[in-house]
Ligand binder design. Structure first.
Ligand code: ATP
Length: 363
């Protein structure tokens, strides 16, 4: 966290009839933090946002902003603001009028509104002559920036983003990710951001919460979530990842679930009885030449390769129906081609163990 607790969500539950959409969740967000909530469809992200901005009421629990309870406060009194996914700009109004709209609602005088709108155009790096343009004359990216300017118009304490980039094409999304991060740095505002995409979250956020079925599965920095996911669920959210189920028997021997892996003695520092998954990122696996060594080795057959631009992704079948994903920097290779046997290797530092409750013990 970058400062003291600013937004405090404490033991919040939201039920719709008998269905629990949020299950006693707690979260502290610091002032000026860029905090992102990531989760699959139906995990409760929008429900949480609706409670935050006052569209819906909490069933139990409290939400505090700067120490003051806001969960019972009417929506229009809350010092938050939302940028809607659908860019709810008024198409029949000019850029200036759109940005000024929230100020007009708050009865700010016309001259002060105009000054603020021009200031925001500069902040969003749009030319001042855009003030008089109609929304229909703008590109998708420009509209998004106008929507952001409007969200910033009355100086909200927190800006809540509900999947603002999901409808945009890849390149525009990538550009706006960087612009949002930059805008965050320049305004120093607290950003709460919702997305399906962990990749998007990782580019921008100070911290990320992974949501699953109305609870937080993990709350941590992007780096931590990427390299030390707490569960298979979080690991899988990252896209391509290799997970090997393993149990350490009473003699300290590894019993592998999917495929037998050769390990240099002592390279698995796990106690007898340990049970769970070992995660290895595709970029940490390499193709071994005959004389090369590695802490872990497995042989297989290359079954597919995909060019990803600067990298190549390989699928290697290591047992019947079990494929590993390997990613290497792009290079022309003559030593691997589809159908050939290959040896893969990685070192102990590449492994992140994810303990899981032992099904036998758990009964
Ligand atoms: P998405 O990414 O698809 O927007 P989400 O993570 O935002 O999903 P929510 O919209 O918060 O998910 O919904 C969480 C759960 O609560 C879902 O199972 C949904 O069906 C349920 N839910 C949401 N609103 C209501 C409602 N008004 N009445 C009943 N159930 C609801």
């Amino acid at each position: 966290m970058t400062g003291r607790a600013f937004l405090q969500i404490e033991d919040v539950t939201k039920r719709f009839g008998r269905f629990t959409a949020l299950d006693r969740i707690s979260l502290d967000i610091a002032e000026g933090e860029f905090f992102t909530i990531v989760g699959p469809s139906g995990s409760g992200k929008s429900t949480l946002i609706r409670l935050l901005v006052g569209i819906d009421d909490v069933t139990e629990g409290t939400i505090r902003l700067n120490g003051e309870r806001i969960d019972q406060m009417p929506a229009n009194k809350r010092p938050t603001c939302m940028v809607f996914q659908s860019l709810a700009l008024f198409p029949h109004m000019s850029v200036g009028r759109n940005i000024e709209f929230p100020l007009k609602l708050r009865k700010v005088a016309p001259e002060a509104r105009r000054t603020r709108a021009l200031e925001l155009l500069r902040l969003l790096r749009l030319p001042e002559n855009y003030y008089g343009k109609m929304i229909g004359q703008l590109s998708g990216g420009e509209r998004q920036r106008v929507a952001l300017a409007r969200a910033l118009a009355f100086d909200p304490q927190i800006i809540v983003f509900d999947e603002p980039l999901s409808a945009l094409d890849y390149r525009l999304r990538k550009t706006l990710e960087k612009e949002l991060k930059d805008l965050h740095a320049r305004t120093g505002k607290t950003f709460v951001y919702i997305t399906h995409s962990l990749e998007e979250a990782m580019v921008m956020s100070d911290r990320i919460a992974i949501m699953r079925e109305g609870r937080f599965e993990q709350i941590a920095s992007a780096e931590e979530i990427y390299s030390r996911p707490i569960s298979r669920f979080v690991a899988n959210f990252m896209g391509e990842v290799n997970l090997f189920g393993v149990t350490i028997d009473d003699a300290g021997q590894a019993i592998w679930n999917e495929a037998e892996i050769e390990a240099v003695p002592g390279s698995l520092a796990l106690a007898p009885g340990w049970h769970g998954a070992l995660m290895v990122r595709p970029e940490l696996i390499r193709f071994l030449q005959a004389e090369e060594t590695a802490d872990f080795r497995i042989t297989g057959t290359l079954v597919a390769e995909y060019a990803l631009g600067s990298r190549i992704q390989y699928s290697v079948e290591v047992a019947n129906g079990v494929q590993l994903t390997v990613e290497r920097p792009f290079e022309i290779r003559h030593d691997v081609s589809i159908g050939v046997p290959v040896t893969l290797g990685w070192d102990r530092d590449a492994i992140h163990p994810i303990p899981e409750p032992n099904s036998q013990e758990a009964g």
